[in-house]
Design a protein around this ligand. Structure first.
Ligand SMILES: Nc1nc2c(c(=O)[nH]1)N[C@H]1C(S)=C(S)[C@@H](COP(=O)(O)O)O[C@H]1N2
Ligand SMILES: [Mo]
Length: 396
């Protein structure tokens, strides 16, 4: 019996929390309600967004599961779960964000292609597993040092799930070898999430977690790892998840002109309010998240109640009990939650924007970053509130 296999239909899908908002059933794509995200710094597993491209793979016998490591290596190897578990275990707090997070808002500007997500295609997890750098060392690939040549090799991750985009072939992606062999990049082969055995939706028995990088590169249900000369040629690296300028449409697109998106830029969203919400006049608390890619911290979160003319700074926090100082005591791959008390009068447009530790800021509007695949909508997040039930929503 094979260790890990892909079913050809959706009859064997795992159970899921009924509160998830389903954006597509087959393959299963769902996100929690916004308000659920800010209830805790670490996102509960059942409230973590699920982004699949095919039926969820099945493990018949975990003892026969092996991950193959091959490609440009002297001695290809097959590792069992026991062998991976015998390597030092690391726990990395990292936020996973789908590049399509907030796509629905981008499609209001002009139609884009892809699953429609609200602001919750994101979650913060505590991932437990072996460092990829340690695994690669087992097959004779040394860790990154100052003298490592700038070689252009890549590490490709291949799953077993059947995706229509790959013509029924498996999901795959790659990262540069320099990142894979750098222990400080914290790339994991994770077998635990939030202290529990990884569940099926999130990649059981083994997934890659590439912190600070769009979720698409964190391959689930890992089957093989290949050292390759060029970056992975799969659909999701070459014909998807690339950031094009607003002028590019489906008639003039040349996919090879742009590189696959890796790090994600600074992002934030309000989670305690829906896009249009009725609130009592007076003081309210606004909560949400802010995060940046590449290990950059969140330097500031600004909130406005007048559509962006004036701003107040929100309080940022990660784990409770200690003050968050980016690059000093923060979880560098994780989001910060923010909280601010504001006064709302009759009606207001509440806006949030974050600033990362490289002074990266979010664009004010969607126009300037609109792209046909609808990725990386990091425009200021705006919600409108009113306390007058008589005001028609269209007039807000
Ligand atoms: N094998 C496999 N890995 C995958 C995917 C997939 O469909 N198949 N989806 C990717 C995308 S686009 C995202 S955003 C994340 C989602 O991870 P999650 O479902 O654990 O939240 O997994 C990535 N890894
Ligand atoms: Mo994604």
């Amino acid at each position: 019996m094979p260790g890990l296999r892909a079913p050809s239909d959706y009859s064997g899908e795992p159970p899921r929390h009924p509160a998830l908002k389903i954006n597509a059933k087959q393959p299963f794509n769902a996100e929690p309600p916004r308000a659920a995200l800010v209830k805790s710094y670490v996102t509960p597993i059942d409230m973590f967004y699920k982004r699949n491209h095919g039926p969820v793979p099945i493990v018949d016998n975990i003892n026969s599961y092996r991950v193959s490591i091959g490609g440009l290596v002297k001695e290809p190897k097959q590792l069992s779960m026991d062998e991976i578990r015998s390597l030092p275990k690391y726990e990395v707090m990292a936020t996973l964000q789908c590049a399509g997070n907030r796509r629905t808002a981008m499609s209001k500007q002009k139609t884009v292609r892809g699953v429609g997500w609200d602001v919750s295609a994101i979650g913060n997890g505590l991932w437990g597993g072996a460092k990829l750098a340690d695994v690669l060392e087992l097959i004779g690939i040394p860790k990154l040092t100052a003298t490592t040549p700038l070689g252009a090799k890549h590490v490709e991750f291949v799953s077993v799930d059947r995706c229509k985009e790959e013509n029924g072939g498996p999901y795959k992606a790659s990262i540069p070898l320099r990142q894979a062999t750098n222990p400080e990049a914290d790339v994991l082969l994770a077998y635990e999430m939030n202290g529990e055995v990884l569940n099926r939706d999130h990649g059981y028995p083994l997934r890659v977690v590439v912190p600070g990088v769009i979720g698409a590169r964190s391959v689930k249900w890992l089957d093989s790892i290949n050292i390759v000369e060029e970056e992975c040629q799969g659909f999701f690296m070459q014909k998807d998840y690339k950031m094009f300028p607003p002028s590019i449409n489906w008639d003039n697109i040349v996919w090879s002109e742009r590189r696959p998106q890796m790090d994600f830029p600074v992002q934030s969203a309000i989670c305690s309010l829906e896009d249009v919400d009725f609130v009592k006049q007076g003081r309210i608390t606004v909560n949400g998240y802010a995060v940046s890619g590449g290990g950059r911290g969140i330097e500031r979160v600004d909130v406005s109640t007048d559509g962006g003319k004036t701003w107040v700074e929100a309080e940022r926090y990660q784990r409770s009990g200690s003050q968050y100082v980016p690059e000093v005591n923060g979880d560098k791959w994780a989001w910060v939650l923010f909280k601010v008390e504001i006064d709302v009068s009759d009606r207001a447009e509440i806006v949030v924007k974050a600033v990362d530790s490289a002074a990266g800021v979010q664009p004010a509007t969607v126009e300037e970053i609109w792209n046909l695949r609808g990725i990386l909508n990091t425009s200021w997040h705006r919600v409108r509130v009113t306390n007058s039930l008589r005001a028609p929503v269209s007039q807000l």
